[in-house]
Design a protein around this ligand. Structure first.
Ligand SMILES: NC(=O)c1ccc[n+]([C@@H]2O[C@H](COP(=O)([O-])OP(=O)(O)OC[C@H]3O[C@@H](n4cnc5c(N)ncnc54)[C@H](OP(=O)(O)O)[C@@H]3O)[C@@H](O)[C@H]2O)c1
Length: 277
């Protein structure tokens, strides 16, 4: 479905390199935002039949042997193949090309080292809710990125949800630990709630249904509300009630906040290690 009001006009050809989970999610988002398929090009050595059918339907070239110089290259391959992917991209990159990388741990320095000198590069970290247009992407530009390229990159990534910028690339490890890996923490919360429900006597199917609906419903409520999570929490907590009894455990000094600190610290540390290769 195309939303005419938010139609996204590309400044020129866009080359997507790597159309796996994230690349395909972004592609779907751009098409939903009304991007001209005539400006899209995709490189992926082993596309799924669904992707191939989608590209065929819209006449989007797959693995083209030649293409006009792209204004944007979106790099969405696995970090393990960064070097060969950059070597392949470099054949297409021109003076006006902006390269956006979503590769976890690939620093601006590592990207710059594999691309022609003075290439405009943005390092971006999206998360999996991008697949339904409800992700959040944090971006860090290098010194070559022009203001209009920054503005356009933000529009492009808004197809996957919300966007935030950081000036200090070093914050990317903490970003990865909070929003990049964060969806898994929330899924685990639903798993833990279901397990606790079973231990409290509920049939497993019902416990799983209640946990899933509660986590997704509370997430949606938070998404639609202007209130902070703290106010929303207080709104469902009456003094001396059942929620207060549970929160007393969760908010103890060695409770959820302590655990979350440990978890985020571990993820950020791992992100730093991966970045060093
Ligand atoms: N998924 C997430 O939550 C998430 C969040 C933030 C950032 N990221 C980053 O996003 C990137 C992609 O992740 P993903 O989950 O989308 O991985 P993925 O599903 O494995 O997608 C990568 C795609 O690139 C293709 N590919 C392999 N070699 C290629 C080449 N030489 N040229 C072009 N395409 C090539 C792969 O094909 P084959 O399958 O045939 O190898 C696959 O379709 C990763 O670097 C990851 O760090 C992911």
């Amino acid at each position: 479905m195309t939303d005419r009001k938010s139609s996204l006009v590309l400044p020129g050809p866009l080359l997507l390199v790597g159309a796996g989970k994230m690349g395909s999610a972004m592609l779907q988002g751009w098409l939903r935002m009304g991007v001209d398929p005539g400006l899209l090009y995709v490189v992926d050595p082993q596309p799924t039949p669904e992707l191939k059918a989608e590209l065929d339907k819209r006449s989007i070239p797959l693995n083209p042997s030649a293409m006009p110089e792209p204004r944007i290259v979106m790099l969405a391959v696995k970090p393990q193949i960064l070097k060969p992917a950059l070597a392949a991209i470099s054949l297409h990159v021109g003076k006006g090309t902006l390269v956006i990388s979503i590769l976890a741990g690939a620093t601006l320095g590592a990207l710059d080292a594999g691309l022609p000198p003075r290439t405009a590069i943005i390092r971006a970290m999206p998360n999996t809710p991008a697949a339904i247009g409800r992700g959040v992407t944090v971006m860090a530009p290098n010194a070559e990125v022009l203001p209009e390229q920054k503005a356009f990159a933000a529009r492009l990534m808004e197809a996957a949800g919300e966007v935030a910028w950081i000036g200090d690339e070093n914050l990317m490890d903490a970003v990865t630990a909070v929003s990049g890996s964060g969806p898994a923490y929330v899924f685990y919360l639903a798993e833990a709630m279901a397990q606790a429900g079973v231990k409290a006597g509920l049939p497993p199917d019902l416990a799983a249904k209640l946990a899933r609906a509660t986590v997704s419903g509370a997430g949606e409520l938070m998404h639609r509300s202007d209130l902070t999570p703290e106010v929303l929490r207080k709104n469902v907590t009456s003094q001396g009630g059942t929620t207060a009894a549970a929160l007393e455990i969760l908010m103890a000094p060695d409770g959820l906040e302590w655990l979350m600190n440990q978890a985020v610290h571990a993820a950020a540390q791992r992100s730093r290690e991966l970045g060093r290769g």
